[in-house]
Design a protein around this ligand. Structure first.
Ligand SMILES: [Zn+2]
Length: 163
């Protein structure tokens, strides 16, 4: 332990062994700051406070705190150096599907398929009438359909008996 660290521990009234944790250093720092300001200190603390002449200056307290929490000190942990492990999850395309009313779609009676052009101009949306019947049978009056030519999705809404 360096002399600087030993002095910093003494300034904050911290024991050198075992080495104080980052939380203990922070608590001691706040305690020292409170003691330095008698108007902020509670009476119980004030009674145990040494005479003002023996108290460390606010600069000494701050320096001691910075000494104990600086990166060169291997003891305290620095959460800012921790690499982020949570990668952003990919967006769910279906969650951002724009609603589309079934009445806006073209209906092919032969194939019993509703179709609608996509803004990408390449693919399009196709909803089979059987899907609507299945969904309606489950009490759901919308189906999600993805474009065949791009990654866009639409939420096709319909009403009961509209097919
Ligand atoms: Zn498309």
């Amino acid at each position: 332990m360096s002399t600087q660290t030993a002095q910093a521990l003494s300034t904050l009234s911290l024991p050198s062994s075992p080495p104080p944790t980052a939380a203990q250093i922070k608590a001691a720092y706040h305690r020292a700051l409170l003691l330095h300001h008698p108007d902020k200190a509670r009476p119980s603390i004030t009674t145990t406070t040494p005479p003002p002449s023996k108290r460390p200056t606010i600069d000494a307290i701050r320096t001691a705190f910075l000494t104990l929490t600086s990166p060169s000190n291997p003891n305290p942990t620095h959460p800012t150096n921790r690499p982020s492990t949570t990668a952003p999850s990919p967006p769910d395309p279906a969650a951002h599907a724009e609603p589309l009313d079934i009445s806006e779609m073209d209906y092919d009676e032969e194939g019993r398929v509703y179709s609608y052009p996509c803004r990408c101009g390449v693919g399009g949306y196709e909803v089979r009438e059987a899907w609507l019947e299945t969904a309606a049978g489950e009490g759901v009056f919308e189906v999600l359909v993805g474009c065949g030519g791009c990654s866009l999705w639409r939420r096709v809404e319909f009403e009961e008996g509209e097919s």
